[in-house]
Ligand binder design. Structure first.
Ligand code: DHB
Ligand code: FE
Length: 285
């Protein structure tokens, strides 16, 4: 994949996110297992909701045609993963959370890349020799619902750099930068060394950015770390961790923050920021 040739524009990251989505989600994920009754029920309700908005807001022909153009632009720009993850995924996650007993989750977003380097804890995420940003140490334990350590649990971590850009989606960042699968020790303890990421801005030059500007919204997500936490026999947690006092924490454009997910790292004697977080895994169903 040649995603690193793209610029950190909507065209670049949107198209890359679409490519990655196609490469990592096979059509067999769900399609084919869905009954006609389910499609009828959900599609009908969705259309009813759209019809209702048109009536309630007296949407005009010219607005309808502008919406059509915009939707075409979203597809042509490859921005469906960006758009859906920023405006819709948080509700999907809320629904998933209704049946979840382990640690609190959050959205996955469009920038996960599978098959990253595996490193045993204590681990340092792959970074450039001159990687900018405050050194950050996240340590803790992966436990089961009874508080027993889950040895060998995997923490698949990815995050933006000190400029808010993700490797694989912005130019000039080496492949796999600030991404790794960290393997906890035999008692579930882990330590991850990295740098504190910057807030992330939705690319402003594509259709998603156009909507945000046209509506007078802002395009920012607070700084965050992404994680999948998993072990055989346990339900995988998809989550994010945020930083107390950080910009946009109270107005995340993706509405994906939760109070339980906010770290408050403190400077240690080694000059690095330190934070702890424990993850609770529930059995797979
Ligand atoms: C988007 C980007 C992110 O980094 C994220 O965590 C969630 C959503 C987006 O651009 O849609
Ligand atoms: Fe993100």
């Amino acid at each position: 994949m040649t995603t690193t040739e793209h610029s950190p524009t909507a065209a670049g990251s949107g198209a890359s996110a679409s490519q990655v989505f196609r490469a990592t989600h096979s059509a067999t994920d769900t399609a084919g297992e869905v009954s006609a009754e389910r499609v009828d029920d959900v599609a009908r309700a969705l259309l009813r909701a759209v019809h209702e908005v048109i009536r309630e807001k007296n949407v005009t022909y010219s607005e309808f045609q502008a919406a059509k153009q915009w939707l075409m632009d979203v597809g042509e720009g490859g921005e469906w993963p960006l758009l859906l993850d920023v405006f819709v995924e948080h509700v999907i996650e809320d629904v998933a959370a209704r049946t979840q007993n382990g640690s609190v989750g959050s959205i996955q977003g469009p920038y996960y890349l599978p098959e990253q380097r595996r490193v045993d804890s204590p681990a340092t995420l792959p970074a450039r020799p001159d990687e900018k940003g405050e050194p950050l140490v996240l340590a803790g334990r992966v436990v089961d619902l009874d508080g027993n350590g889950v040895g060998g649990a995997e923490l698949d971590v990815w995050h933006a750099d000190d400029q808010g850009y993700y490797s694989g989606f912005a130019p000039d960042i080496p492949e796999g930068n600030l991404r790794a699968v960290v393997v906890a020790d035999e008692a579930g303890w882990f330590e991850i060394n990295t740098v504190r990421p910057a807030p992330y801005q939705i690319p402003t030059d594509g259709p998603t950015g156009n909507l945000i500007a046209a509506a007078g919204w802002h395009a920012w997500r607070p700084a965050h770390l992404h994680l999948f936490v998993q072990a055989p026999g346990y339900r995988r947690i998809t989550t994010q961790l945020y930083f107390a006092g950080g910009d946009w924490l109270d107005s995340d454009v993706a509405e994906a923050t939760k109070p339980e997910l906010v770290l408050d790292p403190q400077p240690g004697e080694d000059g690095r920021l330190h934070s702890t977080y424990d993850f609770v895994l529930e059995p797979a169903s």
